[in-house]
Design a protein around this ligand. Structure first.
Ligand code: GLN
Ligand code: ZN
Length: 758
């Protein structure tokens, strides 16, 4: 048992594959095109390929490569491994993650302040935490057979339970079950030990966040309890405890007492700025320190000299790693052949970051070329004209400071907007309709140059016309054009705005098999021309009902992009705010009366620490308000948000001052409406069916959810809509679901009329 901790490692690595192999395998398996054995062998090949690549990139020491693989999600797989959830087979795992025709899936929510979604385990009182180490053992064995000594990865017990929720009717909170969970971890670790594994990684990011379920002191105490026992176990691998996504507080002292064999800390520039003195404090730890210096969440080439000087302030022998898992960045810059060359040299994706870690650990003498390259990137980027646009800077400098407000206030606007003539409990959708095979094929052909602009536009118009026709047939009240022209709600705008670059293959996992390709903000942002008007205008010309204009808000554009690290985010947010305000004006001029500004990511960017939140919410709300600031009072401004634990941001959502707010609510069965208190005056559309699952909701079930919503929101303020956009669904299920939604609304409306006093 003497293998030392490797000098260079990473917290984690993208799992979907450089060519999204895992995505393809998953979707083929779910569609029944391949069987379980074929799926497993594809995933197996991908894992081995990944290990071989990482070794080639320089993670050649034993245990340098984390086996942080998962078919769907690492939280779900850890929960299955320690028996916090029941299920043995591949299909059990997918049933929990995706639901079935009979059963709803588990809830999904953002993993810390990232755009990755994990599956929220729901722990039942009778669930016994029986260890199932086979999954991890299998990973170790297959890697060994291919000549790799990998490091098993599990989400640690404190984080696993802090991120779980009690199953329906369960009496006990997950964290109250810590001792049972720890028994199971101890058993899994003993099994790994028996298999000759010398290092295991336990990730405990919950310790850096302000969570609702527990205070920092409670989490630190849970850490003491859990690891006191885990580390006291005799039969176990050495424990590598990791704390990505921010700075430890009380947990740091507890870790110093407990002394796991190695500890990772997040020393990214962002974290060090938020937590001055953190570097000096972690330098005092009495255990093997693994410095998370290379920022795992941005795409910028590291300033190696600067990082090296930080490393030199840490004890000799300190290892180097990334601040967080590289699962949040694309695989490699190498395949991006159409980026401007100067810009390409500024970037560093997962593979390049692995090389940075290795270079940093080796030192400037051994890796002179890497240091010279990094120096050049830092210099050319700071000097580039691409980064700075005087006109944009002057326009935002002329804006009023502090908070801005649309006039007149909501109550008066509501009166004016009665002229829209909408019925009680209006029905609408969130914007996108299914992206058909034909549309995708047309887009691909257009991109490849085999379909000309006119023919492409023609195909999209035909789709808009059919979406309008469908909505008219279904009897929806407020229509949408369906967004067929958008590959992605952020990328679409990024491609039309100055100041962004987009990648060809920069895929990042969002959840399960879903990946997004975040654009990159490289400089000051502006809007050269209208971006959405022709589509909204065309759709509106086809119907006498209102068509909603559809924009993505500043916060979401930033949240789903890779952002600059040379200016505060609020600078880019203001620039986006005024660019989108111009779009609102152009939509109004084109005769659009209802405009939705999507902000599904408002919650996602919320800082993990309480003390940083006000500042964030101030600039986030301001940027949204800038978009709507000059809108006519008669223009009904909608907004849409996803997945929110609204408790923490309800006031900010209200402060957006939208006229109508749609939110996701079906998966949590309207629970979140309990947070919609007096402070929230605008109209509201709590999603009444879950679009993430292929199942078609019954009329009775939807009607029941509408009635549940009516307990919290009066009918005059309630809208009826699905949970989110429909682009990931098929037409058949969409049509049936929306039909049921319209019928359910009629039923509820009828019963309201019956019950209303004459
Ligand atoms: N308008 C977008 C759509 O319908 C909103 C998507 C989202 O909230 N993620 O696709
Ligand atoms: Zn949504």
């Amino acid at each position: 048992m003497t293998t030392p901790f490797p000098k260079a490692t990473i917290e984690g690595y993208p799992r979907v594959g450089a060519n999204r192999e895992l995505k393809r395998a998953l979707e083929s398996y779910w569609a029944g095109r391949i069987d379980a054995a074929t799926f497993e062998s594809a995933a197996h090949a991908l894992r081995l390929e990944t290990y071989a690549r990482l070794k080639e990139l320089g993670l050649s020491e034993d245990y340098a490569i984390p086996a942080d693989v998962a078919y769907y999600d690492q939280v779900l797989e850890t929960a299955l491994t320690i028996g916090a959830l029941g299920g043995e087979s591949l299909d059990d795992e997918f049933r929990l993650a995706r639901g079935t025709a009979q059963a709803a899936p588990l809830e999904m929510t953002k993993w810390f302040d990232t755009n990755y979604h994990y599956i929220v385990p729901e722990i039942a009182d009778e669930q016994g935490f029986s260890p199932r180490p086979q999954r991890v053992i299998k990973l170790v064995d297959e890697a060994r057979a291919a000549g790799h000594t990998v490091r098993p990865y599990l989400v640690g017990p404190v984080t696993l339970l802090a991120l779980s929720k009690p199953a329906e009717a369960a009496q006990r909170q997950p964290l109250e079950r810590l001792d049972e969970a720890v028994d199971s971890y101890i058993a899994v670790l003993a099994e790994l030990h028996a298999q000759g594994v010398e290092w295991v990684q336990l990730a405990e990011p919950a310790l850096v966040a302000d969570l609702i379920v527990a205070s920092d002191a409670e989490l630190a105490e849970a850490l003491r309890r859990a690891y006191g026992r885990i580390l006291a176990a005799e039969q176990r691998p050495q424990v590598y405890l990791t704390t990505p996504y921010g700075a430890l507080r009380q947990g740091l002292d507890v870790i110093d007492e407990l002394r796991p064999e190695a500890v990772q800390v997040d020393l990214s520039v962002g974290t060090l700025n938020q937590e001055p003195g953190y570097l000096e404090r972690v330098a005092e730890l009495h255990t093997h320190l693994v410095a998370g210096l290379v920022d795992g969440r941005n795409v910028w080439a590291a300033n190696l000299r600067d990082l090296r000087s930080k490393l030199e302030k840490l004890p000799a022998g300190t290892s180097v790693t990334t601040s967080v898992s590289l699962q949040h960045v694309p695989h490699t810059v190498e395949v991006e052949t159409s980026l401007p060359v100067d810009v390409a040299s500024w970037f560093s994706f997962a593979n390049e970051k692995v090389q940075e870690v290795v270079a940093l650990a080796a030192g400037p003498l051994e890796s002179a070329a890497a240091y010279a390259k990094a120096d050049r990137a830092v210099r050319t980027r700071a000097e580039s004209a691409r980064t700075h646009d005087r006109a944009v800077q002057e326009r935002t400098a002329a804006l009023p400071g502090g908070q801005v407000a649309r006039t007149p206030e909501f109550a008066q606007r509501k009166e004016i907007q009665k002229d829209l003539g909408l019925p009680l409990l209006p029905t609408t959708t969130i914007g996108s309709f299914p992206q058909t095979k034909e549309i995708r094929a047309a887009r691909a052909a257009h991109r490849a140059g085999t379909l000309d602009d006119a023919a492409y536009t023609q195909a999209l118009r035909a789709e808009v016309a059919s979406v309008i026709d469908l909505q008219e047939r279904l009897g929806l009240d407020v229509l949408v054009h369906g967004e067929p022209e958008r590959n992605d709600m952020v990328q679409y705008f990024a491609e039309l705005l100055e100041g962004f670059v987009t990648t060809e293959n920069g895929w990042v996992q969002s959840y399960g098999s879903r990946c997004t390709r975040p654009p990159i903000v490289v400089g000051d942002i502006s809007r050269p021309a209208a971006m959405t008007v022709e589509w909204a205008e065309y759709a509106q010309s086809l119907s006498s009902k209102q068509v909603k204009g559809m924009l993505t808000g500043p916060v979401t554009i930033l949240a789903w992009s890779f952002v600059r690290d040379d200016v505060p985010q609020s600078v880019s947010a203001d620039q986006l705010g005024v660019a989108l305000a111009d779009e609102v004006r152009d939509l109004e001029e084109a005769g659009i009366d209802i405009i939705q500004i999507d902000e599904p990511a408002l919650r996602e960017l919320l800082p993990l620490r309480e003390e940083d939140r006000k500042d964030y919410l101030d600039w986030a709300v301001r940027s949204f308000r800038l978009v709507a600031l000059e809108a006519k009072p008669s223009t009904q401004i909608h907004t849409h948000l996803c997945y929110s634990e609204f408790g923490q941001i309800i006031e900010a959502v209200a402060a957006l001052d939208a006229d109508v707010t749609s939110i996701e609510a079906a998966r949590s069965r309207m629970e979140l409406l309990e947070d919609i208190d007096e402070k929230f005056h605008s109209e509201i559309g709590p999603g009444i069916y879950d679009i993430h699952s292929p199942r078609i909701p019954e009329v009775a079930e939807i009607a029941e959810l509408i009635r549940a919503a009516l307990k919290h929101v009066p009918a005059e303020r309630l809208w009826v809509n699905p949970d989110c956009g429909l682009k990931t669904r098929g037409y058949a299920e969409t049509e049936s679901s929306l039909r049921n939604m319209v019928i359910a609304r009629e039923e509820v409306l009828a019963s309201l009329k019956v019950n209303a006093p004459a």
